[in-house]
Design a protein around this ligand. Structure first.
Ligand code: SAJ
Length: 436
């Protein structure tokens, strides 16, 4: 199939890089978003998100005249839905008496509805948003069929999950393998033709529900693996072992690959997607459910470690280095670092947070220091929560001169304890019973 014009609905971390990549490959792209601010920013040639390499490719896309942004879709050969699927804030499910989170599919519903007036015979519609099993068949297809056209007969419909890692999106969009699940084999082929515009990795065709479940299980697998690492950190703490020494040793086994512990699992993917399985089949998912509990309770473990290091939390001043959900990104969604800071404040500690990727972050009750030096100047302890490159490079000698704190707590294995103890710090590492 040949594609002249693609309409990408949702211009966030996935939609915008995808739209810019299509435009750079000669396809006319209409980017659609519900936010007038985003549309104005993009049409001015500026971007609203931080992703390495995106400013350059977006600026080329604008100069090529192939990209424009609007509030509503128009007729096109293909439509890609890349809108968020967050949690519902006002509703939860219940499993053995405990609440779990439910997917909010409103944005997917509205995006599909916005396509209906423009849908023509022969069009291809792709859902990319991470979604519960059967969303393509049971939610998206019936909405699009309000046009009177039939999915898989008059137009093609596919689910194709994005699998890119924030921070490396532009490279991974092109190089990663891509799964295309069609409602019919012909739909899968049409979807594969569309992504072949730029995907250099393998393109695998399957059915829509398989593609949805593959996506959810990839992130669930990672969540379970990190939960093992986090439980290992608690066990190591209890038994006087250093988890950061032990995991690399275990990983020498040719069939073992334990991920890293840390303050918890955040972001909009791994901490959210496993819940879609629990919601779809609570009776079948006790492991996934408990994994979420383990990773969601890791910020509390960090707080316990901080309390032990300081003797008490009430009245203590703590510099929290990093609020993002992972290193070198500006994304604070579901961030365990934010949760740690909130928990510390609930225990009446005074927190000065420093987030170089989002210096203007506005979190109720949290003081954001304008610079790193100002955050550490007058505190009792320094708590490293995110492995931002800027923090990892910090020279303990410099820090010792800038702060009166003499306690450092590293939750991400960012620093070498000998460097810090040499200049007079009491150094505590999360998951290291040896420094406890
Ligand atoms: N984390 C750990 N220990 C680790 C690795 C990660 O605690 O060893 C934490 C991070 O600090 C972060 C969270 O887990 O808080 C998630 O980070 P991540 O880098 O593992 O993943 P995401 O959420 O940025 O991106 C994931 C990716 N999925 C997989 O690697 C299976 C990405 O490929 C997906 O496209 C993305 O989810 C998504 O959109 O679903």
């Amino acid at each position: 199939m040949k594609f002249n014009k693609v309409c990408v609905i949702g211009l966030g971390y996935i939609g915008l890089p995808t739209a810019a990549t299509f435009a750079m490959h000669g396809i006319e792209v209409l980017g659609v978003d519900i936010s007038p601010n985003i549309i104005e920013t993009l049409n001015r040639g500026e971007i609203h998100i931080h992703e390495p390499g995106l400013p350059e490719i977006f600026s080329d896309a604008i100069k090529s005249g192939k990209f424009k942004a609007a509030l509503k879709p128009e007729q096109a050969d293909a439509f890609i839905i890349a809108v968020p699927t967050p949690f519902k804030h006002d509703e939860t499910g219940e499993y053995h008496g405990t609440a779990y989170k439910l997917a909010d599919m409103n944005a997917v519903t509205s995006a599909a509805e916005s396509i209906v007036p423009h849908l023509k015979k022969g069009n291809v519609v792709i859902l990319e948003s991470t979604s519960p099993p059967r969303t393509t068949l049971d939610l998206v297809a019936p909405i699009l069929e309000k046009s009177t056209l039939k999915a898989g007969i008059d137009f093609h419909l596919c689910y194709s999950p994005e699998r890119v890692l924030p921070g490396q999106i532009l490279r991974e969009l092109i190089e990663n393998s891509r799964v295309i699940g069609g409602v019919t084999p012909e739909s899968a082929q049409a979807g594969a033709d569309l992504y072949a515009t730029f995907v250099k990795g393998q393109i695998i065709q399957t059915d829509a529900t398989t593609a949805e479940m593959v996506k959810l299980m990839e992130n669930t697998y990672r969540d379970v693996n990190i939960a093992i690492a986090n439980e290992f950190s608690r066990l190591a703490d209890k038994f006087g072992v250093d988890v950061w020494e032990a995991i690399p040793i275990a990983n020498l086994h040719p069939r073992v690959k334990i991920l890293s512990p840390g303050p918890g699992v955040g972001g909009h993917c791994i901490s959210v997607d496993p819940w879609f399985f629990v919601e779809a089949a609570p009776e079948l998912t006790p492991l996934i459910y408990n994994t979420r509990q383990v990773n969601d309770s890791q910020p509390q473990f960090v707080v316990d470690v901080v309390k032990r290091a300081l003797g008490k939390l009430k009245g203590k001043k703590i510099a929290a280095l990093g609020l993002a959900y992972k290193p070198d990104v500006d994304d604070l969604r579901e961030s365990p670092a934010v949760e740690v800071v909130h928990l510390l404040q609930k225990k009446d500690a005074e927190v000065l947070a420093c987030e170089p990727f989002k210096p203007d972050a506005n979190l109720p009750g949290i003081t954001i220091a304008p610079t790193l030096d100002e955050s550490i100047h007058d505190v009792d302890a320094i708590l490293l929560l995110v492995r931002h490159s800027e923090f990892i490079k910090l020279d303990p000698n410099h820090v010792a001169k800038q702060t009166k704190a003499r306690i450092v707590i590293d939750t991400v294995n960012g620093w070498d304890s000998t460097d810090w103890t040499k200049v007079g710090f009491h150094f505590v590492k999360l998951g290291s019973g040896k420094t406890a």
